[in-house]
Structure formats: C-alpha cells, structure tokens
Write a protein that binds this ligand. Structure first.
Ligand code: NAD
Length: 297
C-alpha cells in the first residue's frame, strides 16, 4: 500500500515497486496529487486517510507493507491552517497505524522531513540533532514520527522512518516544500524570470527523486525500527542551482532577487552516513544529472 501514490514521490515509488513485481494499492485524496501520475497497473482508492471507511481498504486488499507518503506538504498552508495540517499529517497517520496493527502489517515506511529539525544547531545535521521544528508542518511530521515509534513500542509494529532533505525531479509541482527547483523550472519553461528570496547564498541538500525511491525500496527489508536521513550530504546554494538551470535552458536572464522570507533557514544539509550503512544505499545522481533529467521531463 502506498499512501500519497498520486503525488510526486509516491508515484515514482509506485512505478519502481511495480518494476520489482510488487502488487500495489494506492490511497490518495488527490488534494495535491494527480490522477495522471497513477500507473494504470495499480489499484487506486480515492480516499482521505482520516476517512472512516479507510479500514475497508485494508480488509479488501490485505496489504503486507505500507509506504506512508500522503501528507499535507505546504509549509505556508500549515502556518495558516495548523488544524487542517494536523488532521492530514497526524490524525491521518494515526488512523493508518491503527489499521496497520489491526491487520498485522509487516512494516511501515514513513516519509518524514528535514523540517522536523528546525534551525540547525550544527551542520551537517545528523539523526541525533534535536527536533525543534519551526513550522506546524515540521511539528506534524515529527508528531507522526513519534506516534509510529510509540506504536512500535506498544504493539510491536515494525517501521523505518526516512527523513528526506529537499527532493526534486519530474512531476514535482512548484508548491510545497523543496519546491525551489520546480519553481525555477516552471518560470524558465514559460520564459519568465525566476525569483530568489534573499541573496541566493542560502544552501540546501537537493536530492533527486530516483535516489529517494531507491532508499525507500531498500527500507522495505532493511533499517528496521530506524530513523534515517535520506539526503546527498552536499550543500548547494540556490544561486548554484540557478546557474545550472540557466545553462541547461540556455537562458541569459538574471534572477529577480526579493527580500528574505521570514522564518527561512539559511543553511541545511543532512548527514546520510547512517542510511548509507543501514540500507546499503547511496545517492547516485549528481545535481547536474538530476536537473537534466528533470528538464527533459
Ligand atoms: N518533496 C520534498 O522535498 C519532501 C521533503 C521531505 C519530505 N517529504 C515528504 O514526502 C511525502 C511526499 O511528498 P511529495 O513531495 O511527493 O508531495 P505531494 O503533495 O506530491 O504528495 C502527497 C500526496 O498525498 C496526497 N494526500 C495529502 N493528504 C492526504 C490525505 N489526508 N489523504 C490521502 N491522500 C493525501 C496528495 O493528494 C498527494 O498525492 C510527504 O509525506 C512529504 O512530507 C517531501
């Protein structure tokens, strides 16, 4: 079962799991996902996770493993509507966990986020870094993580929590978190000038969606009851991303610089060494290669 399988990362994951011969069921309410992202070979349930009838999907499909990616991912929205964000990300997760225990699910793999760390106290951020989220989104993802760990301790549910850095790639919408590359692409492809908030020297850890999917696939059988950073471990500035894309598009325009946005983190890079050893995994796409694949899409 892949929740959020109509979304950016979930749809790539579903495609890869199908390639490996798995039988896939997707639950998605299409709030930000798209029907055209869904592979025709999966069975699709158009449901909200906190719907009462979600358990019927478990009864009908009897899934063995769950990838839980469905979430409200828009940080700005979470600040305006913390209650709705919590319904999706906390209550939705709780509902899923309850069904998972009742139906003897073998393992749940959860998509968490670097947003749980908040302002870094040191770099690169490892998994021991304190969780002090700056947004309701970060808080709801961290709360969902905590519920998963508590379900594991109480009911013996097996899990692997993956904290993604900024993911990019084909099918990503220019909204939500980590959307700077998608926003640049949208602007470049329409002949418009991309906007950079601040001086562009802020850094992020941009990881290609294919590398996130390969980590998710490994987490099905490895990394039991672990919480792992999934990242490249490399800091890249927004100006550097702009330069790469400018060259790919063959564009000469300068970005439009605008004032810093309140609450923006200056630098963020995640240490991925535990994931490398626990999952026997490593990211394989350079930023240039990933951006070119995204551009071709
Ligand atoms: N994109 C990133 O850079 C990034 C970084 C860190 C973590 N993550 C996490 O990865 C996961 C996938 O993110 P994405 O970028 O693919 O986002 P996305 O918005 O493309 O995918 C989320 C999917 O979940 C569905 N959904 C949302 N709320 C739902 C609900 N209550 N019930 C059923 N379906 C619901 C949406 O329709 C969408 O298809 C999320 O959990 C997100 O928090 C993403």
């Amino acid at each position: 079962m892949v929740t959020g399988g109509a979304g950016f990362i979930g749809s790539h994951l579903s495609d890869q799991l199908l390639n490996y011969g798995h039988d896939i069921v997707i639950i998605d309410d299409l709030s930000s996902g798209k029907i055209e992202n869904i592979n025709p070979q999966v069975r699709f349930y158009h449901r909200n996770l906190y719907d009462d009838n979600i358990e019927r999907v478990f009864a009908a499909e009897k899934p063995q493993f769950i990838y839980h990616l469905a979430a409200q991912i828009n940080v700005g929205f979470s600040q305006q509507e913390p209650g709705l964000d919590a319904y999706s990300n906390i209550m939705g997760t709780l509902k899923l966990l309850t069904c998972a225990v009742k139906h003897n699910i073998r393992k749940i793999v959860f998509a968490s986020s670097a947003a749980i760390y908040g302002n870094p106290k040191y770099l690169p951020i490892d998994e021991k870094h304190p969780a002090t989220p700056l947004s309701f989104y970060g808080l709801s993802k961290y709360t969902a993580e905590s519920y998963i760990r508590m379900f594991a301790a109480t009911f013996g549910l097996r899990y692997c929590i993956l904290r993604f850095s900024n993911v990019y790639g084909p099918r990503q919408m220019g909204t939500g978190e980590g959307g700077v590359i998608a926003q640049f692409n949208a602007r470049f492809s329409q002949g418009e000038t991309p906007v950079i908030f601040g001086d562009g020297e802020q850094t992020r850890d941009f990881i290609y969606v294919g590398d996130v999917v390969s980590a998710c696939c490994k987490a099905l059988y490895m990394g039991d009851n672990r919480t792992l950073n999934i990242s490249t471990g490399r800091a890249v500035s927004v100006n550097q991303v702009y330069e790469f894309l400018k060259n790919i598009y063959g564009c000469l325009t300068k970005p439009g610089y605008q004032p810093w946005r309140e609450g923006d983190i200056l630098h963020s890079v995640l240490d991925n060494s535990v994931a490398r050893s626990q999952l026997c995994w490593q990211p394989r796409n350079s930023l240039k290669a990933g951006l070119e694949k995204t551009y071709r899409f």
